[in-house]
Design a protein around this ligand. Structure first.
Ligand code: FPP
Length: 279
């Protein structure tokens, strides 16, 4: 088709979707590609957020709007995930944390939970060669011990295979809850105090951070939440203290590279004072 590029990054396609598998592909116009390039030109590569966190929300609504089962939304969300990881890596983002399954998501219907548990296997298995090629390090934040064996094995395989890579960190928050993470850190600290390995006076913010799931990963600079919800939903409660928040009505499966770039651009005009005053 003249003036159009066919890519496997199918995010937004017209309602209702065409039948069959065709709907999994989307056409990116040259105009969109150009817009993306224009945004990249505007972004200052020196002022990039080091760590971007994303709540991948709106998959269910996206599917419902098309008369599809909710899992079709999660499947489409994977395509967006792939496109955004690629975009983040290409502009030089160092760490991206994606909220993939919360400790509250166990309340969903068993079929949906089962599907969400299967996604890491599906995604990581298929993407591993490409993640290796891009030198990406996979990390996970959350309670892995509660996961089904297949999910755990897929995650462990990706963690192990990518551990010596040196590029962007792709961190999945899976079976993650911010409050649970804080409680878990408190318990570890209490145990050390009780065993006389730690003095209460020595507990500082830095020390506490070290007891979190991924204490070595710096706090997010930017949090992106699509789908119109204006809340944090138990995500990185400790780490988001001074994070810049960016919301959009766009549902995650419709979220595109240019939306991600726009969020970065908007971040770059924010003034971060960390409680200080402007000099
Ligand atoms: C929230 O949308 C989304 C999720 C609970 C799951 C998101 C997960 C992925 C996109 C894929 C994860 C992939 C890997 C590799 C782990 P929702 O279902 O709450 O949407 P709704 O608010 O519209 O119902």
């Amino acid at each position: 088709m003249p003036g159009k590029l066919l890519t496997s990054n199918r995010n937004a396609y017209p309602l209702p979707p065409p039948r069959g598998l065709i709907y999994r592909y989307r056409v990116i116009t040259l105009g969109e590609k150009q817009r993306e390039e224009e945004l990249i030109e505007l972004i200052s590569l020196r002022g990039l957020p080091r760590h971007v966190a994303i709540i991948m929300d709106g998959n269910g609504r996206w599917a419902q709007k098309r008369g599809l089962p909710r899992i079709a939304g999660h499947r489409a969300g994977i395509d967006t995930l792939r496109a955004i990881v690629d975009c983040a890596q290409s502009i030089g983002i160092k760490i991206i944390t994606l909220y993939a399954f919360s400790t509250e998501n166990w309340k969903r219907p068993p079929f949906e939970v089962k599907f969400l548990m299967y996604l890491p296997e599906k995604y990581l298995h298929r993407e591993l060669p490409s993640l290796m090629e891009k030198n990406i390090i996979v990390r996970v934040t959350g309670e892995l011990s509660d996961l089904p064996e297949g999910t755990r094995m897929a995650i462990n395989e990706a963690l192990e295979a990518t551990q010596n890579n040196t590029g962007m960190i792709l961190n999945f928050a899976f079976n993650y809850g911010g409050r649970k993470e804080i409680i878990s850190a408190v318990k570890k600290i209490c145990a050390e105090v009780r065993a006389d390995c730690l003095n209460i006076e020595d507990i500082t913010e830095e020390l506490f951070t070290g007891y979190l799931y991924n204490g070595d990963i710096p706090d997010p600079d930017l949090l992106i939440r699509p789908s119109g919800e204006l809340r944090i939903s138990n995500f990185l409660l400790w780490q988001l203290a001074y994070t810049e928040l960016w919301f959009t009505e766009i549902l995650w499966p419709d979220f595109q590279r240019e939306n991600f770039l726009q969020a970065i651009l908007d971040y770059q005009i924010r003034e971060r004072r960390f409680g200080d005053i402007k000099f």
